[in-house]
Ligand binder design. Structure first.
Ligand SMILES: [Zn+2]
Ligand SMILES: [Zn+2]
Length: 136
């Protein structure tokens, strides 16, 4: 994902859109998988030797609940800003790695299908969200 500086005019906002396959972004971690391409929109503004980007990204994500192990799919969105200092040699700025890191930061360490997930019974393994099990 590159922002080509030649496409930017000074002090005028320019919108770039990208669509990245999860594989290209290398964003799958154990328990969490992107199930659609990641849509990225970047509003770029160049002010002298600075490049300011307002980024919004969206992706469908499948994750496994850390308590009941059920898979749930949800839409993941995030808005953030990136700033770059430009040198005379720069013709393009590659934002792939920064976008990847912002996305990964937002991933929950212990994903839950819902905040009050009851999880599985440690004895019989039944999903307690679906009702009580036979264990005392
Ligand atoms: Zn759960
Ligand atoms: Zn049980």
């Amino acid at each position: 994902m590159k922002i080509y500086l030649a496409q930017l005019s000074e002090d005028k906002e320019h919108v770039f859109t990208f669509r990245q396959e999860p594989k290209e972004l290398d964003i799958d971690v154990p328990g969490i998988n992107a199930s659609s391409p990641v849509e990225i929109r970047a509003e770029a503004l160049r002010i002298q030797d600075r490049l300011e980007l307002a980024i919004s990204l969206e992706s469908r994500v499948t994750m496994q609940c850390s308590r009941c192990l059920r898979e749930t799919e949800f839409t993941f969105t995030k808005n953030f800003r990136l700033n770059y200092s430009l040198t005379k040699q720069d013709t393009a700025i590659d934002i792939t790695e920064d976008v990847r890191q912002e996305l990964m930061l937002e991933y929950p360490l212990r994903p839950l299908c819902k905040p009050d997930c009851k999880g599985l019974c440690p004895k019989c393994g039944e999903n307690l969200n679906e009702g009580d099990c036979k264990c005392a």
